[in-house]
Design a protein around this ligand. Structure first.
Ligand code: ADP
Length: 270
């Protein structure tokens, strides 16, 4: 189509001078769109064959005890790698869906306390009792947004905290007032992240330690998904960490995305 995409930049000079620059970024925009469509299409096409593969592998694994040990090991490996590919395809599809719109109009009130409690339980089952997970609620406002998206963003942060910290570490999921709005924090007391990596962590497939990340089952897209979900909620991600002193991921929401809790539901229940 003939629509053109322009980017404007205003620079202030002193008190009374302004410089306005306009850039035609139509071509860049189109290329970006093609990249997104391509990734979404490939991911979509890979879904069916992977489902077929994993279906057969599951059936065969019922007979694993009748197989020679090395075949049984191979079968387990195939299942593990197929699951990895499925996770990757799902994350790629999710990311390309999130990238379509910069902002979500979904403004459903989300009960943060319930959301965090559900994610804490999921984190606990991933951890298998090796970590101590807790929820701290210092704000009772609700968040306006997409519960599904927020859940996948916060789950990614909590699953990372489980995956990248040692046994016995503490993980806190926190909801509190912050600046003019509120923030949702996931904090751990693990080994932390070297600050040189922090600016690049939300890039797709960026990993601090590639070998370790692959072994932990991550797709390399977790924090990119978090960043996009937050962008779509007018929110931002702050990361604070120093090697040896844990990691803190803070999702900062503006006041416009908050609403006072209405207790209608509890009254109905009573
Ligand atoms: P991955 O699938 O590799 O986990 P992410 O985008 O979720 O991809 O995370 C990017 C990288 O950030 C990880 O590979 C890991 O090195 C680092 N990281 C994320 N969370 C933590 C954490 N809580 N503690 C230490 N390192 C972390």
């Amino acid at each position: 189509d003939e629509r053109r995409v322009l980017q404007f930049q205003i620079t202030l000079y002193g008190d009374d001078e302004r410089l306005l620059m306009a850039r035609d970024i139509t071509r860049l925009h189109r290329l970006e769109q093609m990249r997104r469509d391509f990734v979404a299409n490939v991911s979509h096409e890979l879904r069916t064959p992977l489902t077929v593969l994993s279906g057969y592998l599951e059936t065969y694994s019922d007979y694993a005890d009748q197989l020679p040990a090395r075949f049984a090991r191979g079968l387990a490996q195939m299942q593990e790698q197929t699951t990895r590919m499925q996770n990757l395809v799902n994350d790629l599809l999710l990311l390309s869906r999130l990238e379509i719109d910069q902002r979500t109009d979904d403004a459903t009130p989300v009960r943060v306390s319930e959301l965090l409690e559900a994610i804490r339980r999921d984190g606990e089952s991933l951890s298998g009792g090796r970590h101590i997970l807790s929820v701290e609620l210092d704000d009772d406002r609700q968040l306006l947004g997409s519960e599904q998206e927020l859940r996948s963003a916060v789950s990614n942060l909590v699953f990372n905290a489980v995956r990248y910290t040692a046994e016995g570490c503490h993980i806190v999921l926190r909801w509190r007032a912050y600046g003019a709005g509120a923030c949702l924090e996931v904090e751990d007391d693990g080994d932390g992240i070297d600050p040189v990596h922090i600016p690049r962590l939300t890039e797709r497939f960026y990993r601090v330690d590639k070998g370790r990340s692959t072994a932990t089952g991550g797709t390399g897209l977790g924090l990119a998904i978090v960043k996009h979900v937050l962008l779509r909620h007018d929110a931002s991600l702050e990361i604070d960490s120093h090697p040896g002193s844990g990691a803190l991921f803070r999702c900062v929401f503006p006041k416009t995305r908050l609403i006072a809790t209405n207790n209608d539901r509890s009254e109905v229940q009573r």
